[in-house]
Design a protein around this ligand. Structure first.
Ligand code: 5GP
Ligand code: ZN
Length: 113
């Protein structure tokens, strides 16, 4: 069982922002900024390493990039935003289904890099 697979299948409700054939984008349940959207491939990959090894991984990552642009357009993030992927234990990943946080709607100051 995977939490995000259940959200993708509609078994658990979410606030959808955008979806296409390959990607679902929904609002994070615990937002850290006015916009905090999770961009999630509809096919289960554990993390960025897993998707990088898959034959169809590049297709899904291409769809992810388009979906990020759509989310930015929908939420009016023309002045900028941040995309974060947490990977594995040391990266602080808590849901083991690869996803990208799109964060914005405010001037982001807490820069690590
Ligand atoms: P990670 O820590 O793996 O990078 O990110 C997981 C994210 O999923 C967290 O920001 C957390 O708030 C979010 N999250 C966890 N459970 C749910 C849920 O049931 N619904 C939604 N919309 N977000 C969730
Ligand atoms: Zn999953």
């Amino acid at each position: 069982m995977c939490l995000f697979c259940d959200i993708i299948e509609g078994k658990i409700p979410s606030t959808k922002v955008y979806e296409d054939e390959k990607v679902l984008c929904f609002r994070d349940i615990n937002p850290v900024a006015p916009t905090h959207v999770l961009v999630v491939p509809k096919k289960h990959f554990d993390d960025i390493i897993d998707i990088s090894k898959a034959d169809d991984g590049a297709e899904y990552l291409g769809a992810v990039s388009k979906a990020i642009a759509k989310v930015a357009e929908i939420d009016g993030l023309g002045n900028g935003f941040r995309v974060i992927n947490n990977c594995g234990e040391d990266g602080g990943q808590t849901v083991k289904h690869v996803h990208f946080h799109v964060i914005g709607g405010v001037k982001l100051t807490e820069k690590m890099i």
